[in-house]
Design a binder for this molecule. Structure first.
Ligand code: SF4
Ligand code: SF4
Length: 210
């Protein structure tokens, strides 16, 4: 699946900052060019519009994921105020991450506007949404890995300030990971199954890759 959907498994936040060889982590960044990005968003928008009725299950899972993001968001904003403002080496400077297929599916199925471009056009630059005030994207439009990653300083801060939170977060993270998987499966099943009444255009994930 990785070569088709560009699954973003999170190693980008943990690698050596001087890392620069794409073959070390494998695969191309999906929809890295402006043209591939535009085509990918258009294809998803049209596929979802043509299969709306069949996508109820996938859309319901997207709603659940957004709800969990909302629950965790306040905690993370609070943590960022404590840890990130004084951070000497913000993780986003070195993160080799991107929006993968599940991220885009969540954005589209929940009716959100996708960002204007993929996070990066190549492996060497920085994320285009990193600003001097932090991330320019709302949490629900960032790659899941950007929320999923909790640095050691934040781990310590959570454990100190909110003793029950690590277990709760671990549970939420595992639920979100499972719902993302289910959402993608429900989407693929829905758009590949002719309904008899109306056959939605066949969706070909390979057509979305740059
Ligand atoms: S999450 Fe951790 S490493 Fe990243 S900017 Fe905040 S304090 Fe720094
Ligand atoms: S999208 Fe935001 S959180 Fe993720 S790497 Fe870019 S700046 Fe950092």
């Amino acid at each position: 699946m990785e070569s088709v959907t560009g699954d973003n498994s999170g190693y980008g936040f943990m690698i050596d900052p001087v890392f620069s060889r794409k073959e070390t982590i494998g695969g191309e960044i999906p929809w890295a060019s402006a043209a591939a990005w535009r085509e990918g968003q258009l294809s998803l928008t049209r596929t979802i519009a043509a299969s709306r009725a069949e996508l109820n299950a996938a859309a319901a899972l997207a709603g659940r994921i957004i709800h969990r993001y909302d629950l965790a968001g306040d905690l993370f904003d609070e943590l960022a105020d404590v840890t990130c403002e004084t951070c000497r080496r913000p993780c986003c400077l070195d993160a080799k991450v991107w929006l993968d297929f599940k991220d885009l599916l969540l954005i589209h199925l929940s009716g959100r506007e996708p960002p204007p471009a993929q996070l990066r056009g190549d492996w060497w630059g920085r994320c285009r949404y990193l600003t001097s005030n932090g991330c320019a994207l709302p949490r629900t439009s960032r790659p899941w890995v950007c929320t999923w990653y909790i640095c050691p300083d934040q781990r310590r801060s959570i454990a100190r300030r909110l003793p029950g939170a690590p277990a709760r977060l671990a549970r939420w993270w595992s639920e979100i990971a499972s719902w993302r998987e289910q959402m993608e499966n429900a989407f693929i099943l829905a758009v590949h199954r002719p309904t008899g009444r109306f056959a939605a255009p066949r969706f070909d994930p390979k057509g979305l890759q740059s």
